[in-house]
Design a protein around this ligand. Structure first.
Ligand code: NAP
Length: 675
């Protein structure tokens, strides 16, 4: 087999191999399969990212960057067969590789879709509502996000070389920030293959993405406060890197995802024989064996009511006994190898330390039968289950993470004890609770959510569709406090904002409206000649406005509406009862009647560029409107976002007022308009 040669991708090209060579080995056979050659000029890489990649990415809108992510995801899916073939060498089974390869592509797809749906087709992201800061409303505040003008350095773990790279790249590129990816060396050959797919997709601007094969050298010396470091790996390396004086001095953003002693709790209500007991056993066994337990979210501490400890041990051991371990390419193998022999040594030494306090009740640390012809040099081990009889007297089980197919069962006395034990891990990425009791779940949230980045309740109602204990999802936050690093990744658009600066803008409404590309309250309006429903998407500008004629609401209108819709709430129909109401003080118009009359006043009925009204946001009925009172509506273009080449969303701000300007109701109206 020819050795794959890994070099860095720097300044838009793969560097020629030169200098020191370091061999990488197959996890299955132990044979060399790749070598890392040479050192990158990291200072040139940082400069190229900042001078070339950043400006090119920032020139694109959120939607253009989202389209880019979609193209990258498609490219990964098109080349997935080659990636699957190589992935076996990391010890991964086909199912493990699915998480890495298709899970990685899925994360990019998710960010592409969220970018299109939840971000504007613009360069600035408006954050929250404007703040009126002055009596006359001539001075306001508005928070905005803009992309950081630096480079994102991603230092990744070895366990999911593709997903680990893509889950960081999705939010980074969507934010408009270039990245330098440094994969973990032991599986860098797979990360490099996937990275090549991204580059060869041909959609990334130059400098958007670079790759370091080998060490980072003096990379940190070239970073400053516009840069960020997102690290995944051991707590030891994380704290070393985080305490680099340059990181502190320049306030470089540092996010860490590191060791995590994740817990899973069999709820107090979940006795043997309940669906929750069976689901718990299945999940613990799954988390121990998927990816040979090398998942940052894997269940390391399995907690059960003390009276069920023996039953849980028996059921779990029976399930683990069915796991065939060996060459992941062989049919029937359910668990592959650890990623490297070094990792195998590390896990063995950690289990040795743990088992001094907690005896092994399933598995063989030094042996086991492994399926396959040529596996004697591979990094295989059997799943190991330990039993910790007195968890309050044991320290190691709450402190030491064996990053392999290893978990420890322990008893708890009551829910408070389970919560305290779970929190003794000092912060984790994920915790699961198997319960069918909502009151118990509430207790766990109040007692334990503070210590865990993600909390999943699994029971008979959701198990079939549940994504399980250990799956980080692009929509949800991944990260945890304390030992888990205190970082947060993904979480939908939250993850994009990590690569942007939030700035509080202050100024006049007119100026800030122009700056953010949105009509803000108090900004001058453009009362145009033409009805806005006659204008195409491209002709409408924020601030374009019409005010309708007046309409007086009569008692007959209210009764007609009540009769027609069936809404005969006393406030509209019963004068005596309404008079006693502290809010109404007499009969008032239905809120929906006000909305309907507003539409009747501002709609221009003939077919035209407005294709559909598809919703209202932020509706508030501010003041009741009584029979005999008069209303009018003001319709103002608030913002626009093109959705497809043919259509764009227009958000209109609608104010329903008295002729004197007193506000009855306000809302944002959403229409889809022809471009
Ligand atoms: P590690 O030694 O800390 O390595 C992690 C990454 O840091 C690798 O890319 C590594 O590169 C790099 N690195 C190491 N020293 C560095 C330095 N001085 N400067 C810059 N980069 C450096 O972790 P590991 O032992 O390979 O990984 C196992 C641990 O990772 C486990 O204990 C597990 O808890 C943790 N993990 C956590 C998560 C999570 O999301 N929380 C996920 C996966 C793994 P090289 O490989 O080239 O040394």
């Amino acid at each position: 087999m020819t050795l794959q040669t890994l070099t860095s991708f720097s300044g838009g090209q793969w560097l020629p191999p030169a200098g020191e060579r370091r061999a990488l080995h197959s996890a299955i056979t132990g044979a060399p399969i790749a070598e890392v050659v040479g050192e990158a000029d990291v200072s040139a890489m940082v400069a190229y990212a900042k001078d070339v990649g950043g400006p090119a990415l920032r020139a694109l809108s959120f939607h253009e960057r989202a389209s880019m992510l979609k193209a990258l995801a498609k490219a990964v899916m098109e080349k997935k067969d080659a990636l699957y073939a190589l992935s076996y060498q990391t010890g991964a089974t086909k199912a493990d590789s699915w998480i890495d390869i298709e899970g990685g592509a899925g994360t990019l797809f998710a960010y592409a879709s969220k970018g299109k749906r939840e971000l504007p087709n613009a360069h600035v992201l408006v954050d929250g509502a404007p703040e009126i800061l002055s009596r006359e409303g001539t001075f306001i505040g508005q928070h905005v996000y803009t992309p950081l003008k630096g480079v994102a350095v991603h230092i990744n773990a070895y366990n999911f070389p593709i997903w680990g790279m893509l889950e960081k790249l999705g939010p980074t590129l969507l934010a408009g920030v270039p990245a330098i990816v440094k994969p973990a060396s032991s599986t860098a050959y797979l990360a490099e293959a996937a990275f090549k797919v991204l580059i060869e997709a041909g959609v990334l601007p130059g400098g958007a993405l670079q790759f370091i094969a080998g060490g980072v050298g003096d990379l940190f010396d070239h970073l400053d406060g516009q840069d960020s470091i997102a690290f995944t790996g051991s707590a030891c390396t994380a704290s070393k890197l985080q305490s680099d004086p340059r990181v502190a001095r320049e306030a470089i953003k540092f996010t860490a995802e590191r060791d995590s002693l994740n817990a899973s709790i069999l709820g107090p209500d979940a006795a043997p024989g309940t669906p929750e007991f069976d689901l718990f056993i299945k999940e613990v066994a799954k988390e121990m064996t998927v990816k040979a337990g090398q998942k940052c979210t894997a269940i390391r501490r399995a907690m059960v009511p003390a009276s069920h400890l023996d039953a849980a041990q028996e059921a779990l051991s029976a399930r683990l006994a069915k796991t065939t371990v060996g060459d992941p390419r062989v049919d029937g193998v359910r668990m592959g190898a650890l990623a490297s022999l070094g990792q195998l040594d590390d896990v063995r030494s950690k289990v040795a330390a743990l088992s001094a306090q907690n005896p092994i009740v399933f598995g063989d640390l030094d042996g086991g039968a492994f399926t396959g012809d040529d596996v004697s040099g591979g990094a295989f081990m059997s799943p190991i289950l330990m039993r910790c009889e007195r968890p309050w007297e044991a320290d190691a089980v709450h402190d030491v993470e064996a990053f392999g197919p290893v978990s420890t069962l322990m008893p708890y006395t009551d829910a408070a004890d389970a919560i305290a034990l779970a929190n003794r891990g000092k912060g984790s990425l994920a915790i699961s609770v198997f319960t069918h009791d909502a009151a118990a779940a509430t207790g766990f949230v109040m007692g334990s959510a503070s210590h865990h980045g993600r909390m999943v309740f699994i029971n008979r109602d959701c198990a079939k569709e549940s994504t399980g204990h250990g799956s980080p999802l692009p929509q949800l936050v991944h990260g945890g406090p304390g030992r888990a690093g205190g970082g947060e990744e993904m979480g939908g658009i939250r993850g994009v904002k990590h690569y942007m600066q939030r700035t509080a803008l202050q100024g006049s409404p007119g100026m800030l409206s122009k700056v953010v590309g949105q009509y803000l309250p108090g900004a001058p309006k453009d009362e145009g000649e033409r009805h806005p429903f006659r204008l195409k998407f491209g002709e409408l500008e924020p601030g374009y406005s019409i005010t309708t004629k007046d309409r007086t609401i009569t008692l007959e209108d209210i009764e007609h509406f009540a009769d027609f819709t069936g809404d005969t709430f006393y406030a509209h129909m019963d004068e005596d009862a309404a008079a006693k109401s502290p809010i109404f003080g007499g009969r008032v118009a239905h809120g929906y009647l006000i909305l309907s009359f507003a539409a009747g006043l501002f709609v221009d009925p003939a077919p035209g560029p407005v294709l559909a009204n598809y919703g209202l946001d932020g509706l508030r009925f501010v003041k009741p409107l009584k029979p005999g009172e008069t209303m009018k509506a003001t319709l103002t273009v608030k913002s626009k976002s093109q959705r497809t080449p043919e259509m764009g969303e227009v958000k209109w701000c609608v104010d329903v007022t008295s002729p004197e300007g007193e506000l009855y109701a306000s809302y944002d109206l959403l229409t889809m308009n022809e471009v």
